[in-house]
Design a protein around this ligand. Sequence first.
Ligand code: ATP
Ligand code: MG
Length: 295
Amino acid sequence: MADKDMIVVDELVKRFPHKDKEGRDTEKTAVDGLSLSVRRGEVFGLLGPNGAGKTTTIRMMTMQTRPTEGRIFYDGRSTEHSPVDVKRLIGVVPQHVNFDQDLTVGENLELHARLFHMGKEERRERIAELLDFVGLADVVNDGVRRLSGGMKRRLLIVRALIHRPRILFLDEPTVALDPQVRRRIWDLIRQMAHGGVTVFLTTHYIEEAEALCQRVAILDRGRLVALDEPAKLCDRLGRFTVEWDERGERQCQFFAARHEADDFAASLDPEGGILIRPTNLEDVFIARTGRKGGL
Ligand SMILES: Nc1ncnc2c1ncn2[C@@H]1O[C@H](COP(=O)(O)OP(=O)(O)OP(=O)(O)O)[C@@H](O)[C@H]1O
Ligand SMILES: [Mg+2]
């Protein structure tokens, strides 16, 4: 394990019991031999279409479900042998909001802080500081039920940060949020990373991964199909994309050099226009998974 690695995931497999069409008991493989490592202080993105295995991966990495096979190490400690140490190291923002809706914002956070045995004064200070940080200080005594979707998402982040974790996991942190709130959450994530927190997030918004992540892994049907810095993944596919319409369908071809793209474009005779542009992460996503990213 390299010293710069904060998390090492080694040959992770998750199989769920499953009934096939005839009602027979079988198994479904959600994660299929996944290995990756996350460097200290980086923002790492796990991308993949619906059902690719992103949440299952995060749930195994954060010890909410046991892997069927494989091992996970944090700073050299395995989740199997040092579960208590690992739980202190990590904070988790789940895909679905799971507060106690009958309690207030402050009560929900108190409950969580107590789980980590924080003293009364420390709890009070930390909760006030974080609510202020995400712009929610005014709603500390409001019932969670009354918050908007964007406020609940920010509150999930606060809850995950209370015990000062060194690694923050976020599963689809900005799903269904308006562009302004999404950008606010991106700023929060960046500020966390600047403060030295290692961030592991899943998303199917390609734009989110491009905006935040130093490296991304693309998962498809439980398997890793790409892993690198976004720019390197684009370079590998071909830095230049020629895009055109053919019988109402968008077509793309990728080229390493601009002159190759120009030559190819000149050879086309499409009904509509031809676009020559830089290749982006969405192109990589579609090329590697055969599916569209985004909504
Ligand atoms: N508890 C479970 N029992 C049975 N099958 C499950 C369970 N959890 C997940 N699966 C299956 O595992 C596969 C991966 O699901 P997972 O939720 O990890 O995907 P995902 O990449 O997070 O998808 P999404 O983008 O929709 O959140 C899916 O086929 C799903 O139906
Ligand atoms: Mg998911």
